[in-house]
Every structure is written in C-alpha cells, then in structure tokens.
Write a protein that binds this ligand. Structure first.
Ligand code: SF4
Ligand code: SF4
Ligand code: F3S
Length: 379
C-alpha cells in the first residue's frame, strides 16, 4: 500500500491511493460553543437535498448531543472499540488508523476489505436525535468554568470531505471521487452499484445507502453554490452563526489572511474530529469550553487545551475573525482585522462584509403618544 502524509497525525500512514491534494480544499469550522441545537442546519439541508422518497432517514447534516447521542447510534464508540487503544505522544499519533488496523476474519469472508469499519443496522438510523439534551455527570455540583460537572454539548456533523476518504478507498467500483478543484468528495451515481463498502468504511457514517434507488448518496458540500462563491445551505442557514466555510491549504502553503488557514494552522483554535481515524477530515471544531478535557481530547486530539485557551482569551485577529462567522452568504477568501473592525473579501478581492467589534447603539426617543400616532398615520 502507498504511504501518504497525514498532517493531523504528523506521520506517514498507509492508504490505498497515492497522496494527491487539491490546490484548495473545501473546509469548514464549526464553533461548538455557540451552537444552540436548533437543527435549522439539519432542516435546511434536508429541504435542499434529501426530501424525496427513500431518503426519509437520510440526514446529511445532523446535530447530536454528546456524550450519548449519535446518528447512526453509537457510530463513534463502535469504531473506537474496533480500532483499539492508541496514544498521542511527541507530537504524533501512535496507533492504527482505519487503513492500517487488521480486519477481523469474519468481515473478510467474501472479499478482502481495505478499510476497518462496520455497516450500521437500519435500527441504528431510526432516531437521529436520540438522547437530545441529555447531560452526564454530577447533578449535585454547581456549574462553573473551567469544566462543568454536569455537562453535554451539541456536535454538528456533515461529511468531512476528507483528504483520505475511507468511502473512496473502499469502493470496489471506484465510484467515489474527490474533485481536483476543491477537494469535494462525490459519489458517481452512474458507477455506483450499491455495494455499500463506502457506508461500511466511512468512519463518520456520512455515506448513506438509499434503498429505493439502490445507490449511495452523501453530502455534496452544496457544490453548485460553491461554484458561484456561495457557502453551503447548512452554513448560511445557521441561526447561532457558529459556522464558517472556506478553503484550506496545507500547513506549508497556509495563508495567514485566509480564514480557514488562520483558524486551523495559525491560531490552531479549530481541530479535526477523531483525527486518529486517519482520513484527515476537513471539518474543524472549536471545542466546547465547559466539557471535560479527557473526553474532548479523545474527540479532537491533543490540541484541545491550547485551542480552548486561545478561544477563551482571543487576540484581536481571532476576535475579529470570530465576528465574521455567519455574517455573509459569500465565501470569505481573505480577511483583515484592524481598528476594531473585521473585513471579509471574496475571491476577486472585493469587500463583502465589514463587522465592527462594537455594534452601534441606537437610543429610541422617550415614549411620546403623539409621536406614535403620527408614525402610525404615515402613508
Ligand atoms: Fe467519505 Fe465519510 Fe470522509 Fe465524507 S466523512 S469523505 S463520506 S469518509
Ligand atoms: Fe447539506 Fe450542503 Fe451542508 Fe452538505 S454542505 S450537509 S449538502 S447543506
Ligand atoms: Fe461503491 Fe459505495 Fe456504490 S462501495 S458501488 S459507492 S455503494
């Protein structure tokens, strides 16, 4: 198997195909601290892409309550158990990824598997928001930072448009491809024969089989919008303004005035979900300040403590960039923070959004019945 470099693990790893990276990679940052669990993103996505017969249980975007929630149920715990223990040390990951772990014999009876995974049962997809708002911990303790004793948080999940997709690696038909221009991972519906190796191999369970058409479907990153410089539906619809989508480069080619590069590579405030799986996922999370650190480190790796520190006490640049989340439909290609203002620019360098640190305050005139009547009678 070829060796590829996975920067999130800071080591080489095995992958069935050679390393090949797009010039710019679709990426998004979700700020867990701001999410209110309203599911507007889930509905925006469903109303756009998965409203047809046969897609009833298909949620390309879902928001689950951690630690107990999961769609499909137990998706992460099951795979973590299959993978076995692994450790972070000296800046890299020591443990097996899904491409390196041995495949149990009973899984490989009919044909050798390339990727460690499992096929969820129909039952596991039935309750997309099971355990909603269910906390864990000690009810008797007060709620104080830095860590709440009774806690839960919302985890917003879409396809990660991975650099090394498990779904793509596993498909015997080569029906899944990663677009050269933006790294979006798509299923070629004409090539797909419904083998479901992708469903089995995606560690995040974001490749979904559709029984009535007998092919697999998945989040398409709203590519028709991306091609027009417009962010995906789930990003734009977000009420909590927790999402920012953009283009990510490698560490070596990171541009500090690119929002994704800044958050991921420069400030290191946004972290990948379960990097130890090995797919190099491209949705990044600002971890929740109040949750226990060991749990967060298992989800987001060893950068958790630094990320939370940075987020809790942001410098001016980070503070400004956080102000730009959820403020414009257009994809922000570059940003500038100066004089207590954050500005976003599009691909052509045009200014598309400006956000002051402090929004102006307008004081209404004191209540005046006569004034109100006049206003009411205005044509
Ligand atoms: Fe494929 Fe899953 Fe990665 Fe999406 S999250 S690219 S479906 S492996
Ligand atoms: Fe759905 Fe688009 Fe969000 Fe993917 S990026 S979950 S297709 S709204
Ligand atoms: Fe391949 Fe998955 Fe279709 S394995 S054939 S893309 S169901």
């Amino acid at each position: 198997m070829p060796k590829v470099f996975n920067w999130q693990l800071n080591r080489e790893m095995e992958y069935p195909y050679e390393e090949s990276r797009p010039d710019k990679q679709f990426a998004a940052v979700f700020n867990i601290n701001r999410c209110i669990g309203c599911q507007t993103c889930s509905m925006a996505d469903k109303n756009t892409w998965t409203f047809s017969k046969g897609q009833e249980y298909m949620w390309w975007n879902n928001v689950e309550t951690k630690p107990y929630g999961g769609y499909p149920q137990h998706w992460d715990v099951k795979l973590l158990q299959m993978l076995g223990p692994g450790q972070w040390g000296n800046g890299s990951y020591h443990g097996k990824t899904i491409f390196e772990a041995p495949i149990p014999d009973d899984e490989a009876v009919l044909q050798p598997e390339r990727v460690l995974g499992y096929l969820p049962t129909d039952e596991e997809y039935r309750f997309p928001n099971i355990y909603e708002d269910t906390p864990t911990g000690d009810w008797t303790k007060t709620t104080e930072l830095p860590e709440h004793k009774l806690w839960m948080f919302y985890l917003q999940r879409i396809c990660n448009h991975c650099t090394y997709p498990g779904c793509l690696a596993a498909c015997p038909r080569k029906a899944i491809y990663k677009r050269e221009e933006d790294g979006v991972v798509l299923v070629d519906q004409k090539r797909c024969r419904g083998y479901r190796k992708c469903v089995q191999a995606c560690p995040y369970k974001k490749a979904m089989y559709r029984a009535n058409s007998k092919v697999t479907e998945k989040c398409v990153a709203c590519y028709p919008r991306l091609e027009k410089g417009v962010a995906p539906r789930c990003v734009v619809a977000c009420v909590g303004k927790i999402r920012l989508q953009g283009w990510l480069h490698t560490q070596e080619k990171a541009e500090p005035d690119n929002p994704m590069d800044y958050l991921v590579h420069v400030a290191k405030v946004a972290l990948p979900l379960y990097p130890q799986f090995g797919t190099e996922p491209n949705v990044y999370y600002i971890p929740p300040r109040w949750a226990p650190r060991p749990f967060l480190r298992q989800l987001f790796g060893p950068g958790v403590d630094e990320a939370i520190k940075k987020y809790t006490d942001p410098d001016e640049t980070l503070f400004g960039l956080l102000r730009l989340f959820g403020t414009t439909e257009s994809i922000i290609r570059r940003f500038l923070v100066e004089k207590q203002e954050a500005t976003g620019y599009n691909e052509d360098g045009d200014e598309i959004i400006k956000m002051p640190f402090d929004e102006p305050m307008y004081i209404r005139p004191a209540y005046d019945p006569q004034f109100q009547i006049e206003r009411f009678n205005e044509p």
